[in-house]
Design a protein around this ligand. Structure first.
Ligand code: NDP
Length: 285
């Protein structure tokens, strides 16, 4: 019933740890991930800390780069350039959100496509649409698909409804589901009769940022519900799903926390190892 993203992510990290340790024994080399964080945003610091901790668990070398939030766009791009040219770094992540004087799109495009382990660059997003798995699939959508894959469902002929159309979750996850043959509907805040559309869904993926939005009356009995939302209310974290209410009528559901969140980090590390392996192949190793 409950899709345990925490357990699943721990298994992925353990497999990565084994692979990295074996390769290190043979060659002395390990993958490297650089995480840039600007300023003192408390939530960003928590996310970065969990990414660094996961690197430590798996043996990935992590480098946390803390910069002043007043840094200019040009200076930040220079920092990224240095990391693009650093042989010990395979993945570069700039923790979002950025201060308003910095253009996120420009920063994202400054990262080398070979080190874009967040999968936010146009080239990597385009590859998702084309079904080309040579690129880096953005971490949250990749984690969602990984969890759905664990259910061994044939998605052909299934109605999947994705609620939310952001570039980092809704759109890429919808493309991945389309590639798997699911009949995919993408909804947004202006969708008419959202409840009616949701009621016909075999699988719901919801990423809107509204605590407990999805209620029992919107869900078909036996559906699968993937809750991407992370909403802080009075110091507690809630998903976009009214979990306590919905969990009794669905066949499978992800909890928040402990569902999609830990999978996002696991996929970031998986992408970093993929970047490392590609580089090692280029170098003839
Ligand atoms: P965005 O704010 O970029 O997008 C939200 C989307 O939800 C928009 O498309 C918006 O519609 C839609 N929406 C908002 N309200 C409604 C509504 N009432 N009915 C239907 N659609 C609605 O959000 P993100 O994709 O960045 O994030 C969504 C949530 O997922 C957040 O809670 C975020 O914290 C979480 N998240 C979790 C991650 C994880 O690792 N678990 C990773 C990334 C995000 P419109 O386009 O019309 O405005």
């Amino acid at each position: 019933m409950i899709i345990d993203g925490k357990k699943c992510s721990e298994e992925i990290l353990e497999n990565l740890r084994k692979d990295i340790s074996e390769y290190k024994e043979k060659t002395g080399k390990v993958p490297g991930l650089a995480v840039i964080i600007l300023g003192n945003n408390a939530a960003s610091k928590i996310y970065v800390k969990s990414k660094i901790r996961a690197c430590e668990k798996t043996g990935i070398l992590s480098r946390e780069i803390i910069l002043d939030e007043n840094i200019s766009e040009e200076e930040l791009i220079n920092e990224i350039e240095k990391l693009n040219n650093d042989k010990n770094i395979n993945g570069i992540l700039v923790q979002l959100p950025l201060p308003s004087h910095i253009n996120e799109k420009k920063i994202c495009e400054a990262i080398s496509v070979k080190k874009d382990v967040d999968g936010f660059k146009a080239e990597n997003l385009g590859k998702i649409m084309l079904g080309d798995d040579d690129g880096f699939i953005s971490c949250t959508p990749q984690g969602i698909i990984y969890l759905i894959d664990q259910l061994n469902m044939d998605l052909h002929g299934k109605n999947v409804v994705v609620v939310g159309r952001s570039n980092i979750v809704g759109k890429p996850v919808a493309s991945l589901l389309i590639n798997k043959g699911a009949t995919t509907t993408v909804c947004n805040s202006r969708t008419k009769d959202l409840a009616g559309i949701l009621k016909k869904a075999d699988i719901i993926v919801i990423a809107i940022g509204k605590a407990k939005f999805l209620t029992k009356d919107m869900v078909k009995e036996g559906a699968v519900v993937i809750d991407v939302g992370i909403n802080r209310v009075d110091g507690k974290i809630y998903g976009d799903v009214d979990y306590e209410n919905v969990k009794d009528i669905v066949s499978h559901i992800t909890p928040v926390p402990g569902g999609v969140g830990p999978m996002t980090i696991a996929m970031l590390l998986k992408n970093t190892v993929k970047a490392f392996c590609k580089e090692e192949l280029v170098n003839g190793n």
